[in-house]
Write a protein that binds this ligand. Sequence first.
Ligand SMILES: Cc1cc2nc3c(=O)[nH]c(=O)nc-3n(C[C@H](O)[C@H](O)[C@H](O)COP(=O)(O)O)c2cc1C
Length: 417
Amino acid sequence: MTARPAARLTAADAAPAVAAPSQPPPPGVLAELREKAAARLDPVHRDFYEGGAGRETALADNEAAFRRLALLPRVLTGAGPALAAVDLPGAPGVAPVVVAPTAFHRLAHPDGERATARAAAAAGAVMVTSMASTTAVAEVAAAAHSVRPEAPVWFQLYLQPERRVTEVLVRRAEAAGCTALVVTADSPVFGRRPRDDRNGFHDLPPGYAAENMRDLPGGPPGGTRPIAMSPALSWADLRALRAMTELPVLVKGVLHPADARIAVDEGAAGVLVSNHGGRQLDAAPAAVDALPAVADAVAARIAVLLDGGVRSGSDVVTALALGANAVGVGRPVLWGLAAEGEAGVARVLAALREETAHVLTLCGAGNPAGVSRDQVVPRGAAAGLRGLPPSADAVPGGARPGPAAARSRAEAANRTN
Ligand SMILES: Cc1cc2nc3c(=O)[nH]c(=O)nc-3n(C[C@H](O)[C@H](O)[C@H](O)COP(=O)(O)O)c2cc1C
């Protein structure tokens, strides 16, 4: 494919030039599973999965921001059909859609994280297993590896104020065969989620536990200790983590380009552009609006992933074009799991991978790196170009047409289109 101009779409360009359409997203596998999950889940747990912080502004905007963007296809590139595979840290040749870390899968389905891990492994997708999972990392990884021994599992970590606790968690992830660590950095304190407050949902019900937190230093023997969040954590703690492991470390929750540059300087293997699915800072921008500036700051030196609001192959390709190497999905995986267990997660991941390949092909790309930023425009902008009067040079006699002439030309164009 020929080189394309390095056009720039800034976050400002992507701001709401046109209001997001208010209609619900089109029907599809994800919408079907979401509905089925909603019918099956305990309403309190459904609120936990679906809800966000504050007024849920960031939550809603994650999806709405994708609907404000359109893709400009390139034609006659001869590049397709597209292959939807990417290389990520500790995960070569995987799907460009990874399973984002989410807590408490056993509330969605009795098979919990094991089912999710098996489905991800079968789909060739990275499973990022949460530190707050209801299944210990060793068992999650074993489930993935029972399907495919080389299936990549990453461990998501909240750095603990006590380094000896972090270190035990890291050793467990290493022993389980995880191939990368994902440090979630957007949670100096716990987000305030009104739905959970209203429901009084602040802990797991009896019979469930955050299994990674069992038998840790300072905790009760055989019991679990709570996950600590600390605003005192700094890049020095990330440095200490890097010194304690050979595993690649990605930083999740990066929205500011200056933090992306620091992450590169600190030796991170990647950043995840994320507002935690709208569950932490409600005033945060939509993840996709923050992506271009972060991608520019990273300048292809390390991997860039995005999560938040990805619901279709078009969303995936939009993020790829704006500079992501891959995307993560959180709630869609939970919908699949709650609706149909392992088979439901498999359906979500298959649908997204297939749609991604299809949309890449329609955009003239042969692979996820084959789309570029000039192919993303604010929705409505391309249509707005129609009807613009031609330049004075194009008008016989050199005179600019008056408004009436321009109007009649626009009307003629409308009639023939
Ligand atoms: C129910 C739920 C639990 C989550 N738990 C975690 C977690 O334990 N660790 C973490 O880093 N992110 C967590 N997240 C955030 C996700 O990793 C991800 O950033 C977010 O879900 C992406 O948005 P999406 O749900 O629109 O795809 C959670 C999200 C949800 C919805």
